[in-house]
Design a protein around this ligand. Structure first.
Ligand code: KIV
Ligand code: ZN
Length: 561
């Protein structure tokens, strides 16, 4: 036995009978659910320091901006701040007409009374009634029978109905009812359906006045398909299903809140209660950002706007004092970052392929969505350079950010050079540092030898170069022939240095694509079995190529000092 207390545990869930699991054949969520943010209630309840009124206001505005149409703003009877907050947004007219606030209440007279008082003046509110129904809660916490627990729910439902009638008589705003059998996943499915049906009978939903039945995964006890079966069971066994909105409220104890939600939606759920980044009790509520962007990645508009996720993250971290984990799907700092060479290479090629083919559908390797769609920046977020990186990523940075298109073999050589620096310094290198390394170690080098001046003359098919070359601090003038300008200068260098290298390759391109712009040349030379690369930059193409050659020779001389 590896974990000595394993015998202390046994499954705590109820697998409903009679479900056909037709939802399993579905592979796609083809429309978004109704989204309800519970950040300001469930999320706030789980913070080390709950949000102040000002912080809740800022968060509320953010949720509205993201596009939530239903926002649970608190448990007004539970705390003065929650009550105050509710009154503030109503009295200061901060709730847009198309946004419904939601408030949570227990099934107790004074709490329900205070809850209705809190929402007075709201154009539309959801009153969310809950009581605990699970075996563990019934037996250990409330010590009541099923019938007694049902009575608690009925009592609250009747009171809510009475208060709503009064509110209607006073000409107050619209009120929708929601009921949660709290700890639903630890409740026998037959009993969960029974208690919900008792509430439904009291509230009498119609097509115009639907009732929300929320099925919370208060604590997650099972694999997601079991929850989906529970949802299917409820959908098939609740009265007036057509006039109900089935809401899902998964917590994340088993790390399955997203899977619970997605499978629960396939099984008949219409609505999701969750939070941004999954904040909430214990391991949190379901992360709505992940759920919504999962849909987005399949071509389904989630109806929420996460196009500036970094800004949303910033506000969230400020007001909650929580931190979004680096690997949190979509929103974490590192979730689009590719450090490894093979990933970088594939991404760089994929991005190029996309442009070349003018691709409409996104399918770049390793990137489930285009990071730019949610406000991420390729330069800072995608190709990141450390000792794991490779030629693809490093070359990609030089090409996309600094317009240097290195020949493939030079990419490789430069890639090794950069990797080894990162390895030695044991740290990530920023794109600007990669560029600085390139400029410092490969471009227009003059450390050992420099061609100060070269004048060319055509001699038949050949070229004569009259050069002024500085070697070991001494300027020497000499003239050499060659089959081209570069060859003539190379011959001058040969004769001065005595280095028996061979000019291997030469390429060049304009740096900014304008005729007035600079040219970049890339030259490789072979010395014995070693290859040395150099780059030259100049307004003049010939000068650029000579500088590239001289840079390569300087690197050779450095290596043989
Ligand atoms: O997790 C839960 O069960 C809740 C209820 C109050 C809906 O937050
Ligand atoms: Zn909850």
């Amino acid at each position: 036995m590896t974990m000595k207390n394993v015998n202390k545990y046994a499954p705590q869930f109820f697998a409903p009978e009679g479900v056909t699991m037709d939802w399993m054949k579905k592979t796609q969520i083809d429309k978004p659910p109704y989204w309800c943010s519970v950040d300001l209630r469930d999320g706030n309840q789980a913070l080390i320091v709950p949000m102040s009124l000002e912080e809740k206001l800022e968060f509320f505005k953010l949720l509205v901006k993201v596009g939530f149409k239903e926002i649970e703003v608190g448990f007004p009877a539970a705390s003065e701040t929650e009550y105050e907050f509710c009154r503030t947004i109503i009295e200061q007219n901060l709730i847009p007409d198309d946004v419904t606030i939601q408030v949570l209440t227990q099934s107790r007279e004074h709490i329900i009374a205070k809850t209705f008082e809190a929402i007075k003046g709201a154009k539309h509110a959801v009153v969310h009634l809950y009581n605990s129904t699970s075996v563990a809660q019934r037996e250990q916490v409330f010590r009541r029978s099923k019938d007694e627990i049902t009575e608690i729910a009925k009592f609250g439902a009747e009171l809510c109905k009475k208060y709503r009638e009064q509110a209607r008589a006073n000409g107050d705003g619209e009120i929708t009812f929601e009921y949660s059998p709290e700890s639903f996943t630890g409740t026998e499915p037959e009993y969960a359906a029974e208690i919900c049906n008792e509430v439904i009978k009291i509230w009498e939903p119609t097509a115009e006045d639907k009732v929300i039945i929320n099925l919370p995964v208060t604590v997650s006890h099972s694999m997601p398909h079991v929850y989906a079966n529970q949802v299917e069971y409820m959908c098939k066994n609740l009265l007036h299903r057509e006039n109900l909105i089935i809401s899902l409220h998964p917590h994340n104890d088993r790390g399955c809140a997203v899977a619970d939600s997605e499978m629960g939606l396939l099984a008949g759920g219409d609505r999701i209660e969750g939070t941004l980044f999954g904040n909430g009790e214990r391991t949190g509520n379901v992360d709505i950002v992940t759920l919504a962007l999962n849909m987005y990645s399949q071509g389904v508009d989630p109806g929420l706007d996460f196009s500036n996720l970094p800004e949303i993250t910033k506000v969230y971290e400020k007001v909650t004092r929580m931190h979004v984990y680096e690997r949190q799907p979509y929103s974490g700092q590192l979730v689009f970052a590719a450090f490894s060479g093979s990933h970088q290479d594939a991404i760089a090629k994929g991005m190029k392929h996309r442009v070349e083919k003018d691709a409409k559908i996104w399918n770049v390797p390793y990137l489930p969505i285009d990071p730019a769609d949610i406000g991420r920046v390729y330069e800072a977020d995608v190709i990141r350079i450390n000792s794991q990186s490779g030629k693809g990523g490093i070359g990609y940075i030089l090409e996309t950010q600094y317009s240097h298109v290195l020949p493939p073999k030079m990419r490789e050589a430069f890639g090794y050079h950069v990797k080894s620096i990162s390895d030695h310094e044991h740290r990530e290198l920023q794109p600007s540092e990669v560029y600085d390394i390139f400029m410092r170690d490969f471009v227009n080098l003059t450390t050992n030898i420099e061609v100060k001046k070269a004048v060319y003359e055509d001699v038949g098919e050949d070229i004569r170069a009259n050069c002024n070359i500085v070697l070991a601090g001494k300027e020497i003038e000499l003239t050499k022939m060659g089959n081209g300008r570069l060859d003539a200068v190379s011959n001058a260098i040969h004769s001065l240095t005595g280095l028996d290298y061979v000019l291997e390759s030469y390429t060049q391109h304009a740096l900014e694509g304008k005729s007035s712009s600079k040219a970049a040349s890339y030259v490789s030379i072979k010395y014995n079995d070693e290859i040395y690369w150099g780059t030259g930059i100049s307004h003049d193409i010939i000068k650029a190529s000579v500088r590239a050659l001289v840079s390569a020779v300087n690197r050779l001389m450095d290596a043989h000092k």
